[in-house]
Write a protein that binds this ligand. Structure first.
Ligand code: HEC
Length: 130
């Protein structure tokens, strides 16, 4: 095989591997680690307009730099209008992830924020599909 032919064979493979790695970087595996009691927690501010507005402010301050101004995602930081965040994850799941983070995949924990602010963030996130 000539050097050029080898390159032409291997280049698409390399692109495919990089793509798979990129997808695997936000695979939602964290959902499987949420304890049942946390999964079932409900958001005390569910759907409340003032909580959504407050959550948006907190999002702009702490989250937009990674997830984008409108939660559209950036590079390997996932969009938050996805089916996973909007449908598959319960409010309790999102609260658990915000509190604990997933540092191995680059999502920092936000336990330093007061609990009401975490629920306001959840209200904002869940408002994004409407
Ligand atoms: C330093 C960059 C960074 C910041 C800042 C950040 N995140 Fe993330 N976030 C990530 C990455 C990377 C992931 C993917 C983690 C994974 O694959 O499990 C993620 C995952 C998530 C998910 C789960 C998405 C999914 O599809 O599984 C939610 C929800 C989320 N972040 C919300 C937030 C909120 C709200 C804030 C602000 C309080 C925030 N993030 C701040 C990098 C960041």
């Amino acid at each position: 095989m000539t050097r050029r032919a080898r390159f032409l064979t291997l280049a698409p493979l390399a692109v495919l591997c990089l793509t798979l790695l990129g997808l695997a970087s936000a695979d939602g595996a964290w959902l499987g680690r949420v304890p049942a009691a946390d999964h079932q927690r409900t958001n005390p501010y569910q759907g409340q307009a003032d909580a959504i507005a407050a959550g948006r402010n907190i999002f702009e301050e702490h989250c937009a730099r990674c997830h984008g101004e409108n939660a559209e995602g950036k590079k390997k930081r996932p969009p938050l209008k996805s089916q996973r965040v909007q449908q598959e994850a319960s409010a309790g799941d999102l609260h658990w992830l915000l509190y604990n983070g997933n540092m191995k995949k680059g999502m920092p924990p936000w336990a330093k924020l007061p609990d009401p602010q975490l629920w306001q963030l959840v209200s904002y996130l869940k408002s994004l599909h409407e």
